[in-house]
Ligand binder design. Structure first.
Ligand code: ATP
Length: 229
């Protein structure tokens, strides 16, 4: 086990104890980001080499097989706030681990699915959150590659947030004058002029051709709004 010094870096917020199981590309990136945000992370992987590499980075890191119930209990998994099962390719290990974590009574079990059928099984087991990193990133990049938007994030099944340019027709108008919410059913939440940083949008914010905007709304009107650019 390796302990990193000074893992809680931010004051005045709840530092969670999170177990990340499976430290492949997705799991290790997630675990690093959690540590970076000030959380306590217990990383677990069967591969000794991976465990050694991450020892200086994570709060604790252990080489263990999480399909074994006793191992999970010995590692104190029942006490974590959240656990993420980031095992993808080994379906059996993903399912067994998720099921054992749920049996232990962990309140927030997140599981990564490599396919729609894998995701369905994890949902049926009772995983509280199922994520599809490859599927979701594929969709996001598709919108960027096609040039429809500069970025595209699905917030919920039918609610999306995009980054795009100010359509020419709104050049020089304030948001109040542009009436984007009333006429297009989407909301401009932030704007970025030239090299400046993004700032929150207000009714008096003036839009300029070439400025970037972040727009949120239901998928259908947002797709139509993108076509104005
Ligand atoms: P990624 O795309 O994130 O690299 P992946 O979807 O290919 O991962 P896997 O290769 O199945 O997923 O698993 C990721 C990690 O999980 C690997 O480092 C692997 O050693 C680890 N792992 C697999 N089975 C177990 C297990 N039973 N207990 C703990 N760790 C495991």
């Amino acid at each position: 086990m390796a302990k990193q010094e000074g893992t809680t870096r931010r004051r005045g917020f709840h530092s969670a104890n999170v177990a990340v199981i499976g430290l492949g590309r997705f799991g290790s990136s997630l675990a690093r980001e959690l540590v970076e945000s000030g959380h306590q992370v217990l990383g677990i992987d069967t591969d000794d080499r991976i465990v050694q590499n991450l020892a200086p980075v994570l709060t604790h890191v252990v080489a263990a097989d999480t399909t074994d119930e006793e191992t999970l209990k010995e590692l104190g998994l029942a006490d974590v706030d959240s656990a993420v099962v980031a095992i993808g390719a080994d379906l059996e290990a993903s399912i067994l681990t998720t099921s054992l974590l749920l049996q232990l009574g962990i309140k927030n079990v997140w599981a990564k699915a490599n396919s729609a059928s894998h995701g369905r099984i994890l949902q049926q087991l009772g995983a509280h959150h199922v994520v599809f990193p490859e599927l979701e990133m594929g969709k996001r990049v598709a919108h960027q590659v096609s040039g429809e938007s500069l970025d595209y994030v699905t917030i919920d099944e039918d609610f999306v947030m995009i980054k795009t340019y100010v359509p020419d027709r709104f050049d020089g108008m304030t948001l109040a004058e542009a009436k984007i919410r009333a006429n297009h059913g989407v909301t401009v939440v932030a704007t970025k002029q030239g090299e400046k940083k993004y700032s929150t949008a207000f009714p008096e914010t003036v839009l300029h051709r070439g400025d970037q905007i972040v727009v949120a709304g239901p998928k259908a009107p947002l797709d139509l709004f993108c076509q104005l650019v």
